[in-house]
Ligand binder design. Structure first.
Ligand code: UD1
Ligand code: UDP
Length: 359
């Protein structure tokens, strides 16, 4: 059975890595198509290098653009490769434009589609990712739901139960594989002169947070204030979208911010593990906060990962109300959290590949 793994952005590389590694270790017939939606070295190459992944067989060089432009160009180029290679199945992961473009193309030329991380819903259609998730799920043949909640969502949307498999999230595989290596290899704490528990780790890249000037200012101001109240710094690996916006609207970052370029996965795991608190609008970081048992304020009004909130360690604080963010963060910092990890046992990649093989 020939598998095409199609990916394009930072989180897809990280979350597909365990599947790619499984294919390598068990000599499976597979190849990788990289749309290159992410292309800066610290959003792309660093992950292939650190995670020791073989180079993609095809790099489509799509890069950035408007949604239509990007998705259209991806579809044209992916179709050419799939027609040439004729794989039995295409695997995609998550909710980016790359995922939707690949799923649409494959399903229309009658190649089976497996969606890893299926069934997530924020019920907020202003998010481009929500559209991508819905479309991808509804053209997929194998829907790999991380938890029972997503499997139930898919059933209520009318997707046949025989197509849905609850397998956990490959992020658990990635964190468990990465964290011990990070402890040995990462020098980020020394480089930034951190001792641990003396900083808040912040990331932000959603259009609703960073493309709305007032929201970006509110979240930066609020996280800076929380840090001041606890006498710690803010470490802020800034996503390129965010960096661009900060430059465009000439925001001067607060003095207690240490703003750095995006970091590789090992440094990121270390930064998460040793932070006093995480502030983020990232999907992946919400999951990682449960796996690494780290309290997290989610700079959003909603989440497609409610399990993280249910555990009690993640709290939705929005992105527009300074007081709400401060009050919610204070309450979370004081709270005793009984940690559980709802996202699986670290064997999701193996489960996914075995299900495909058996079918
Ligand atoms: C994309 C995904 C989002 C995912 C995120 C992970 C979509 C619609 N969005 O958002 O779901 O959470 O990736 O990080 O698919 N840029 C660079 N270098 C890069 C990549 C981007 O400079 O390597 C800059 C460009 O100015 C680009 C902007 O960042 O226009 C946004 O990139 P884009 O891929 O459109 O969306 P992300 O915000 O990265
Ligand atoms: N990440 C990283 N370096 C960074 C920021 C994030 O390695 O500088 C990792 C993070 O640990 C997580 C993934 O990238 O595994 C999340 O990606 P992102 O927040 O860009 O996308 P999302 O998960 O929101 O789709």
């Amino acid at each position: 059975m020939k598998t095409a793994i199609i990916l394009g952005t930072r989180p897809e590389i990280i979350k597909m890595a365990p599947i790619i590694r499984f294919c390598e270790n068990y000599n499976k017939e597979y190849f990788v198509i990289h749309t290159n939606q992410h292309y800066s070295e610290n959003m792309d190459k660093i992950f292939f290098d650190e995670l020791e992944l073989v180079q993609p067989k095809y790099n489509l060089g799509i890069g950035s653009g408007s949604h239509g432009e990007m998705t259209g160009r991806m579809m044209i180029e992916i179709e050419k490769v799939l027609q040439k290679e004729n794989p039995d199945i295409v695997l995609v992961q998550g909710d980016t434009n790359t995922v939707m473009a690949a799923a649409l193309v494959a399903s229309k030329i009658d190649i089976k589609v497996g969606h890893v991380e299926a069934g997530l819903r924020s019920y907020d259609r202003s998010m481009p990712e929500e559209i991508n998730r819905i479309v991808t799920d509804h053209v997929s043949d194998y829907l790999f739901a991380p938890t029972k909640r997503q499997a139930d969502i898919l059933m209520t949307e009318g997707i046949e139960g025989s197509k849905i498999f609850t397998v956990g999230n490959t992020i658990v595989d990635a964190v468990l594989e990465g964290v011990q290596i990070a402890e040995q290899k990462s020098k980020i704490l020394q480089t930034l002169n951190l001792s641990g528990d003396d900083y808040i780790l912040m990331t932000a890249h959603r259009p609703a947070t960073v493309d709305v000037e007032s929201n970006l200012k509110v979240v930066i101001g609020a996280v800076s204030k929380i840090a001041k109240m606890h006498n710690v710094r803010v470490v802020f690996p800034a996503h390129p979208r965010t960096k661009k916006m900060i430059e465009k609207i000439h925001i001067t970052l607060p003095q207690n911010f240490t703003t750095i370029d995006p970091v590789g996965y090992l440094d990121m795991l270390m930064l998460q593990k040793m932070a006093v608190l995480i502030a983020t609008d990232s999907g992946g970081l919400q999951e990682e906060s449960c796996i690494l048992k780290k309290k997290c304020i989610v700079l959003r009004e909603n989440t497609e990962r409610p399990e993280a909130v249910d555990v009690g360690g993640c709290v939705l604080v929005g992105n527009s109300d300074n007081e709400r963010i401060l009050t919610s963060a204070s309450a979370l910092i004081k709270k005793d959290v009984v940690w559980t990890n709802p996202f699986g046992d670290g064997k999701s990649a193996e489960k996914i590949m075995k299900i495909i093989a058996n079918k």
